[in-house]
Design a protein. Structure first.
Length: 181
């Protein structure tokens, strides 16, 4: 069964690794170049370009929009590229992240301690995922091109819970579950 969820999320504890969800609401795009700038800003005591408290970050560098479209292809980027930076955002209230691939132990520990979940978006479906994006606006670092920070509105964006608040990891637990069956 697939649950429809609105962002920001109200009950993170009810999510479990392996849950299939449809996400709707506001997300911010940020890849490794933007995360490096976040770190620089925080080190300098400057504010981030958006309030991370309760926010969701989608690790994506979308292609340019074709005429008549909101955005180009928007498939997930490998989240581990941002592992060095994610804990600093999670500690400031980041609620969720969307990407592909495993997260390192420090990120998983920060998520469990501070209350953040990680969703996996299905790689190879970039054109289809872009259809779930109803608006896109650059909010920071326009000079980064595809890696600029954007505010996206998403509707029924399909994802799987990969890391939950209970310490479960779909990459570890999923295959083990099937082997036992």
């Amino acid at each position: 069964m697939t649950a429809s969820l609105s962002l920001p999320l109200e009950d993170l504890a009810s999510l479990h690794a392996g849950d299939s969800v449809l996400l709707s609401g506001t997300v911010y795009t940020a890849r490794d170049a933007a995360h490096a700038r976040f770190a620089e800003a925080l080190s300098a005591g400057e504010p981030l370009p958006f309030d991370v408290e309760g926010a969701t970050i989608y690790f994506v560098g979308p292609t340019p929009a074709r005429p008549g479209h909101v955005i180009g292809s928007a498939g997930p980027t490998t989240a581990s590229r941002c592992d060095a930076y994610s804990p600093m955002l999670i500690e400031r209230g980041l609620q969720a992240m969307i990407g592909k691939g495993r997260r390192d132990q420090a990120v998983k520990e920060s998520m469990a301690t501070h209350g953040c979940v990680y969703f996996g978006a299905i790689e190879g479906t970039a054109a289809l995922l872009s259809r779930c994006i109803t608006s896109a606006e650059i909010v920071a670092y326009e000079d980064l091109g595809a890696e600029a920070v954007r505010r996206l509105t998403i509707e029924d964006f399909p994802a799987l819970v990969v890391n939950d608040l209970h310490g479960a990891d779909l990459y570890d637990d999923g295959p083990a579950r099937w082997r036992r069956a």
